[in-house]
Design a protein around this ligand. Sequence first.
Ligand SMILES: C[S@@+](CC[C@H](N)C(=O)[O-])C[C@H]1O[C@@H](n2cnc3c(N)ncnc32)[C@H](O)[C@@H]1O
Length: 282
Amino acid sequence: MNTDSFAQATQNSMQLSPSQFSQICRLVYERCGLCLQNGKESLVKARLLKRLKHLGLTSFSEYLKYLDEDRSMKELGSMIDVLTTNKTSFFREFQHFEFIRSQMLPKLMESHSSATFWSAGCSTGEEPYSLAILIKEGLPEVNSKQCRILATDISHPVLDRARAAVYSEEVIPKDNASLLKKHLIRIQSKPAPLYRISDEVRKMVQFAHLNLTDRWPMQGPFNLILCRNVMIYFDQETRKKLVRRFWELLKHGGHLFVGHSESLTSSSAEFKYVQPAVYLKQ
Ligand SMILES: C[S@@+](CC[C@H](N)C(=O)[O-])C[C@H]1O[C@@H](n2cnc3c(N)ncnc32)[C@H](O)[C@@H]1O
């Protein structure tokens, strides 16, 4: 075989057939509820080619065989990692943080009771750390026993980054830079500045690996559950089940936050709508 025909053969073997695409969709849906729709074939292919290259495989049929034989299920996790989006930022969708500051913290201060929060689908940690910073600012006397934040995600690599709590200058939002910087420690100046979240804030957040579509080991009850920009990738049935399970784990008077492009369906009628993307368990 000459060089050109070898290149062509390699290219052909890298085709992702409709049945291979369906197999991948089914695996991902069964494992984590993520719905990959038709039309996403080229995106899926482009992202998975990185996995093939990493594993030294030359076709999707080899890759599917590898997945099938991998008893550790490690590759399934890596596949899900490359297919999910981890986009997040500090104080993302600021209305939520304003709601916590103006509505929730004053009540907590009055009641002197302890509070528990859950950031479900926390990605690289910006969401739970923003929450911890806000609590620290609003209730300076608070300690990590009084206000506990559980932060979970299906992805091990994002959890490693969240636990490390090291961020570059670019991820510091202009709007809340001074608030955030009060709780950041500069750990490197050159070649580019790097910051770590202060120990006090880090202590308030406990990270754990959790697949939202599996069994949940924690009991709750929580004052607040944030599941923002996660359910958007699930189908109606998975969302419905999840929202029901969130309801069961919330205190009466507790809140559920979803992403601003998401809303609960009428089947989630137990929740009372408070404002966009904020729901109350009465
Ligand atoms: C777009 S990020 C949202 C991060 C943050 N909540 C925010 O709004 O900025 C979605 C996160 O959900 C996680 N995720 C997706 N499916 C999941 C599942 N079945 N169980 C737990 N986490 C999941 C992904 O790994 C990713 O980190």
